[in-house]
Design a binder for this molecule. Sequence first.
Ligand code: AMP
Length: 236
Amino acid sequence: MGATPLAQEGSRNIGPVILLGPPGAGKGTQAKRIAERYGIPQISTGDILRNNVQGGTELGVQAKAIMARGELVPDELVCNMVADRLRDQDCERGFILDGFPRTPAQAGWLDAFFEHQLVTGGEHCLPIVIRMDVDYNQLIRRITGRKTCTAPGQHIYNVYFQPPRVDNLCDIDGSTLVTRNDDREEVIRKRLQEYERQTRPVADYYQQKGRLISLNGDLPVDEVTQNMFYVIEHHP
Ligand code: AMP
């Protein structure tokens, strides 16, 4: 099974895929690869919020300080934002949620959203829920080494594991690479605490429903991708 897009994968319905895992697990990197292979959009709530902060929208103004502290943005704001995005036409064949749901309330909201879609004549949406498990020390290196490009593709590098060919420049579009504002050490600690306190129970929520698939996120990035493709393609 290669990583090149398959013609038939661009036409059939996929997912939705939900990627769970702590900050730095590699959700963004894997979500981009899944998006490319199956021709479905990556919906990263973190990216959408950062775009709103950058654009100075009302949502961005509300979220900015909360994100800078490494805390979670209130459920209602995030759920409304996701609802808007999921109504876009490019989500019809499927989508990947990266960074959502992050609280049990968001998970409950999402189930109700899928249920409503079904009632209103949409497709049956039973998500493929994949959690990436990563060793704590590895996580810290992944977060502290992370650099993101400033172009719309938001390509991700890691100075330890996946350095760009030229220091601080994106291989793909040549834009400058930056460290995210919330990837600083004191904020990272808070984000990991928030994960333990609010997001780990989301995995328990899906586990109780028999829908959680755990993957070893410590493996080399290409192997993790292959395992993701396998899970997606063999999901009932
Ligand atoms: P991420 O890029 O997924 O690490 O998200 C960056 C930040 O955006 C988080 O630390 C939160 O402040 C906020 N955020 C992203 N997704 C959510 C979500 N589903 N619920 C609440 N806050 C979120």
